[in-house]
Design a protein around this ligand. Sequence first.
Ligand code: KMH
Ligand code: ZN
Length: 292
Amino acid sequence: MRYMAAAGTMITVAPTGAETSKSDAPALPVTLAELVAAAQACAAAGAAMVHVHLRDDSAEPTLDPGRAREAVAALREETDLVVQLSTGGAVGDPEAARIAVLDAEPDSASLSCGSVNFGDDVFVNRWPFMVALYQRMQEREIVPEFELFDLGQVTAMTRLIAKYGPPSGGRLHADLVMGVPGGMPGTPAALVAAVAALPAGASWSATGVGRSTLPVALAALAAGGHLRVGMEDTLTFAPGEPVRDNAQLVERAAALARLAARPPLRPEEARTLLGVKDRRPALARTAHREMP
Ligand code: KMH
Ligand code: ZN
């Protein structure tokens, strides 16, 4: 077990996701303006990275390359968050569209390390597709965040790195996505098992879907990990109380991190932690320094 706690906590916000409809969660940010406003509010609340899924004009999930480029540019312009695009998309999205997201040159992109049942559906991540995504990220100098939905996916990630070399930036960062119906449960025991299997020196965050949000966040902080929160994963703040907005979830994560004496990392610190290449225009590098 690696209890080498980082000094601070990197908080990632996943504001939108691809599996919830706007009609079921009206506070879900789906337009570019809503996404940017949510990202700004979450940055002010303590987020350092934003994990982005795109929606079209009907608020349906899309991997449209133009929208991806637009979102990356707008988030770079309006926030100093590390911008991570999802390559997972929505369950059933074609591989070609998922890999094409990398053309938008985000700082980071997700890379799911195996197929997993996703409720009634299957989220497919074939090994050859994982390899293609990984190599494209290496070529484009995009830092992968390895999404691990189950214990065996830790092994798949380790195999990928052993076979194809280190990620861009030379660091290794994984996110344990826990509590998906079909994946590992969102329990402290599962978290401890997954963290024990990570390669030495890896940084990691954890995400608890649905009602596992709090147990996973508390276990992750105790075990030295970082946090991912947001409406992609959590729509109920407390029993019977819908989430107000993404910033509410980030505020709670930041409060927990402070309580654990591991306060939120600033985006600059997250950039160093992840080893991301700085693609921001020179002006934008200083424009957001006043954020808390
Ligand atoms: N929407 C899920 C099927 C990712 O962003 O990389 C996949 C997902 C993972 O959300
Ligand atoms: Zn996602």
